[in-house]
Design a protein around this ligand. Structure first.
Ligand code: MTE
Length: 315
């Protein structure tokens, strides 16, 4: 991300062509069957491993009907610098990572601070599938069927006070299980933040799965954020702390290169990254570039959050 300008990505780098075509056939067939509705909830979420099926209902109101990015690409072309900076590093180096048992510390400006177990945070009956576009700041994008719970539903249980103007998130630090942390590419732990109205927006998803299954480690197991109208780096993975704050929190990419990565980081084709244009993007698996849409295509839902703000200054 920080290190170089984006490379053009050939579909052949992602997955072998026949595999890709087969996968697409499989996905279409799955979609016709109403993929997620038909899945069985085989085990409770406690101790659930990557690949365990989740029972969900698709939220059509917020889902795009664009073609899904193949599962292989979603799970092998990743950014998760704690496991290394190459796109294949997270899938290759995350085998030792233990996403269960898990707990999340909640603190700051709220009435119910504490240490919550995974099961306290994630209520299985609330899980939804949402098909979102994910646009990375490096000018590639994917369409991913996520499984999660609206973040607002979780945050409200902790009863934020009127002083909670922002929410800060922190990723776990386990250098012994995360070999990329041996290098100081970022000031660990990975940190992100949202304004409280962004965090409470119905599109913001606290995510535990994809393609109807428990999240693989490389995609941020066991709990990550997905904020579809912002560049992908705001979607912090493997969250262990949620803090309600009065002041805007510091965030990893903003600390590392403030002139390149602002706090808001809304997808915006009008505001270039200092080293490359944000006008177009390459959808993984496609040859031709597409136009990038304002707020990644979610302007109808989120533009009002920023009315009156200069988005060139608040990038
Ligand atoms: N979270 C942590 N902890 N570490 C990271 O390096 N990378 C971010 C984001 N969350 C990252 C992270 C970036 S740059 C992107 S594009 C998305 O995760 C990628 O999510 P995906 O690999 O599931 O597609």
């Amino acid at each position: 991300m920080l290190i170089k300008t984006p490379d053009p990505i050939k579909p052949s780098e992602i997955t072998d062509k026949q595999l890709y075509l087969d996968r697409r056939k499989f996905i279409r067939a799955g979609a016709k069957l109403g993929l997620t509705g038909a899945l069985l909830n085989t085990v409770s979420l406690t101790g659930a491993l990557a690949g365990t099926k989740l029972s969900t209902v698709r939220n059509n109101e917020y889902s795009t009907d664009e073609e899904l990015t193949p599962y292989d690409a979603v799970t092998s072309y990743n950014n998760f610098y704690e496991f290394g900076t190459h796109k294949s590093d997270p899938s290759e180096n995350s085998g030792k990572f233990k996403p269960q048992p898990w707990s999340v510390v909640v603190d700051g400006e709220c009435m119910k601070p504490g240490t919550y177990s995974y099961e306290d945070v994630i209520r299985p009956h609330q899980l939804e599938e949402r098909i979102y576009r994910l646009r990375c700041v490096e000018a590639w994008s994917m369409v991913i069927p996520w499984v999660g719970i609206p973040l607002a539903d979780v945050l409200k249980r902790f009863e934020p006070t009127s002083d909670a103007k922002y929410v800060a998130f922190t990723t776990v630090m386990r250098p012994e299980e995360m070999p990329g942390m041996r290098r100081n590419v970022l000031d660990w732990p990975y940190r992100e933040g949202l304004r409280i109205d962004e965090a409470m927006h119905p599109l913001t998803l606290l995510t535990v799965g994809l393609y109807g299954e428990v999240l693989p480690n490389q995609n941020g197991a066991p709990i990550r954020l997905v904020v579809p109208w912002k560049y992908g780096f705001k979607s912090i993975k493997s969250i262990v702390r949620i803090q309600f704050r009065r002041k805007m929190p510091r965030t990893s990419w903003n600390m590392s290169a403030p002139q390149e990565y602002g706090f808001y980081s809304n997808v915006n084709p009008e505001v270039d990254h200092p080293r490359w244009s944000q006008r177009k993007e390459r959808r993984i698996g496609e040859f031709l570039k597409r136009e990038t849409l304002m707020f990644n295509g979610y302007a109808d839902q989120v533009a009002s959050l920023y009315s009156g703000m200069d988005l060139r200054k608040n990038y």
